[in-house]
Design a protein around this ligand. Sequence first.
Ligand code: KG4
Ligand code: ZN
Length: 336
Amino acid sequence: MMNELILAIESSCDDSSLALMDIKTYELQYYSKISQEIQHAKYGGVVPELAARLHTKALPDMLEKITPFFSDIKAVAVTNEPGLSVSLASGVAMAKSIALSLNLPLIAINHLIGHIYSLFLDTKEEFPMGVLLVSGGHTMILYIDENSNIDILAKTSDDSFGESFDKVAKMMGFGYPGGVIIENLAKNGDDKSYSFTVPLLHDKRLQYSFSGLKNQVRLVVENLNNPTLKDYENIAASFQKTACMHICDKLEKIFSIYKFKKFGVVGGASANILLRSNIEKICSKYNSNLYLAPLKFCSDNAAMIARAAVIKYKNNNFTDINNIQINPKSKNFCIN
Ligand code: KG4
Ligand code: ZN
C-alpha cells in the first residue's frame, strides 16, 4: 500500500530539522535534526547570518536522504512564523522549491502551534486544555478550547523564561544555550545561597517578567570576588528556583480561575526538571492531567511541525506558493 506522507521543514532559529509523517497514523517515517548550538556557543547566542548559512547547508543534506520517499509525499509543510527572518527564509525557500518541483501543496505552520502539537505527536489532540509554552522566544499560558481556538491568558512583558537562562549563563561566562548549562550547574548548588526576589509576586496582573530577575543575578555576578565554580553553582540553583517560582506563582493563580482538567507544558525549556516537578504539584492539587512532550521533542523539531500540518492538510488549508509570507514577529496564531 502506498504511504501518504507530509514532509515538514523546521528552521525558525538554530535547529535544522526534517520529518516525514504518515498522515493517517502519525507515524514518523523519517526524522532528523542538526543543531547549531556548538557554532553559536562562542558568541553566547544565535548569530542570524551564521544560522542562515548553516541551514542552507544542513537542509539540502537532509533532503538527499529522503529522495526514496518522494513519490509518497502529499504536501510540504514549513515553519513560516515566528522566528529569525533569515532562518525562516531558508526553510521556506526550500519548501517552495520542493513543492514546485514535485507539484505538491504547501502548508505554512506557526512555530508555536507546532510546539503545542509536540504533546500529540502520535495521538489525536485532546482539547480543551491549558498550555504553558516556555521557549527561548516565548513564555505564555494559553487556553485552547474544544474548537481549537486559542486565548493567551498570560505572557511575558520582556525576556522569556528560556532567554533568562541563556542570559544568566552568558553573564557567568558559560556558553549557549544556557538552559541545560544552568540546570546542570544548579544540581550541585545550594538554592538558598542567594535570595532573589520572585518577580511580580504581590502584583495581581497575570503577567510574567524575567528581566528584573536577570538584573538581580547580574548584580551578584558582577560583585563576585575571584568567583569559584561553587559560586556559579549556587547562583544557578538560586536563580533557577526563583525563575520556576515565578512561573508557578502566576500559573497557580490561573489554575484557581480556570481549573483546567488537562494541562500541557511545551517548548525547549519544558525540559527543565525543576519546572516539571513544580508544575506536577500544581496539577495534582487541581486534579488536572499533566501532558508533557517527550524530552527529545521539547526543543525545536520538524516532527511537531508535521503533526500540526496534518490538521491543516485534512482541512485543505493550504498556502499559496506565490504568497507565502515570513512573519518573524507574528503574534496571531491559530490551529486549523
Ligand atoms: O523551543 P526552543 O528549542 O527554541 C525556541 O523556540 O526558542 O527553546 C530553546 C530555549 C533556550 O532558551 C534554552 O536555553 C531553553 O529553551 N532550555 C531550557 C532548558 N533546555 C532548553 N531552559 C531551562 N531549562 C532547560 N533544561
Ligand atoms: Zn521553539
